[in-house]
Design a protein around this ligand. Structure first.
Ligand code: AHG
Ligand code: MN
Ligand code: MN
Length: 299
């Protein structure tokens, strides 16, 4: 079944379904950039990170499509300093976009993706108010995984850019994969204790440098991903709005959990689009374990 029919069958709100379809239709164009837009762009984003040509291309494609469709009122992206307000928008929706996640892997041809969070209005709201979230993973296959709050569903892209259903109602299994970001020498004590416990239990290391690809693997195989607070960077590296909450929503809807080590990340109200956060995402068991270690450490 194709994505369009599936959304209809599921009784998805018409405006939301249109938005998901519009986003899915940009994947083919973004993917073409892997060949045509190689290398760096000689510019930096608001985080001081050097942009890749494809970061900018994906950003431009998504913003242009959203503006032209007028399907959303607010667009926040990792590559833009300010939230964009769309003139004459048909819906009050807001979207947060990481146009290309894992960009350091573009040049080495490893899996990267696009991450989107969808809000009923402005995006500076806790993640648990989201209407839905999705990611598109550009790997050997291009896949789209979405939730609108009733299950997590996965689709595969065909040569003409259309998507058909691969798996309905995905749930995160028990598994023993761990993907730990940051440098071990900078671990804070409670985090070190947590990681050592997973290692003791035989968790296998899988960290690629692409959050979306690592979380995708964990969604299918179980375990957990973390980019923690670390010495010198207590707010961590990943961005709450562009990375944490959208994938947090997907994993939570699949029966997993997401946390900053203290509370459910979906309950955190952002103060700015650029907010960073420590993140733990994956199985409920692993997330409960880090929260208890952190609590016991009194931090
Ligand atoms: P982005 O490409 O959107 O800037 O995000 C990169 C993120 C994330 O995808 C990944 O998990 C992490 O940065 C990797 O960071 P390190 O290279 O510091 O491990
Ligand atoms: Mn990213
Ligand atoms: Mn990015």
């Amino acid at each position: 079944m194709n994505l369009d029919n599936f959304l209809r069958t599921k009784g998805t709100d018409e405006d939301l379904a249109q938005l998901i379809m519009l986003l899915s239709k940009q994947a083919l164009d973004i993917k073409a950039g892997f060949l045509s837009a190689r290398g760096t762009a000689d510019t930096k984003n608001v985080y001081g990170e050097t942009q890749m040509a494809l970061d900018k291309r994906a950003d431009e494609i998504l913003i242009a499509a959203l503006k032209a469709s007028r399907l959303v009122n607010w667009i926040a992206t990792e590559e833009q300093p300010d939230i964009i307000e769309v003139e004459g928008a048909k819906n009050p929706f807001g979207v947060t976009i990481d146009p290309l996640d894992g960009s350091s892997l573009i040049d080495v041809n490893l899996a990267v993706g696009t991450i989107v969070g969808i809000y009923p209005g402005h995006v500076l709201e806790p993640g648990n108010t989201m209407l839905g979230a999705l990611y598109i993973l550009y790997g050997p296959l291009t896949t789209l995984t979405y939730t609108t709050g009733s299950g997590v569903h996965e689709f595969v892209m065909h040569e003409d850019g259309t998507f058909t259903l691969m798996q309905e109602n995905l749930t995160i299994p028990d598994g023993k994969i761990y993907a730990p970001g940051a440098l071990r020498k900078d671990y804070l004590p409670y985090h070190k204790q947590f990681i050592e416990q997973l290692e003791l239990e035989g968790y296998k290391l899988r960290f690629s440098g692409s959050f979306v690809a690592d979380v995708h693997q964990i969604l299918h195989k179980g375990g957990m991903f973390t980019y923690p607070a670390f010495a010198g960077k207590e707010s961590g590296k990943l961005r709450l709005l562009f990375e944490g909450t959208p994938l947090g929503k997907v994993v939570t809807e699949a029966g997993g959990a997401v946390s900053n080590g203290t509370v459910n990340l979906l309950e955190v109200k952002p103060t700015a689009v650029s907010n960073r956060t420590p993140i733990y995402i994956g199985g409920r068991k692993e997330i409960a374990l880090i929260e208890s270690y952190k609590k016991n450490a009194g931090t």
